[in-house]
Design a protein. Structure first.
Length: 131
């Protein structure tokens, strides 16, 4: 993914090496360039002032929008990921996770589990997403 995105100008580190020999460390791995910056371990960004926090969140939204605008076919990722409706898969996954961890009956969650599949928009295109 990084190798496909880097030439487009999307802000990802340059990929340096890929090792697919699992005998080296027990799994495939890659090495990428070091990029200077800050790592925020708490998504609430408590160490930033409100204006800094807003700027960070807006930059994140802009970057995600840029990622979503990359055409997977144009960057050679047409076979990357799973085919089919992503939203349907996610709702099914969330439902399964909820059921596995459920301790109480939460009517609001049950309504959501019923509501989301019925009201989901039709998938019209494939996009790259984070996560």
């Amino acid at each position: 993914l990084i190798s496909a995105l880097h030439p487009t100008g999307f802000p990802v580190p340059a990929p340096l090496a890929l090792c697919q020999d699992e005998d080296v460390i027990g799994s495939a791995f890659y090495v990428m360039e070091l990029v200077e910056g800050r790592t925020f371990w708490n998504g609430a960004l408590p160490d930033l002032s409100p204006p800094e926090r807003r700027a960070a969140y807006e930059a994140m939204v802009d970057t995600l929008a840029q990622l979503h605008s990359v055409d997977p076919v144009a960057v050679g990722l047409e076979d990357f990921g799973r085919p089919g409706n992503y939203f349907e898969r996610q709702v099914a996954r969330w439902t399964k996770q909820y059921r596995a961890a459920q301790t109480d009956d939460l009517p609001e969650v049950e309504r959501l589990i019923d509501f989301l599949p019925r009201t989901a928009p039709e998938q019209t295109r494939t996009a790259i997403i984070h996560g």
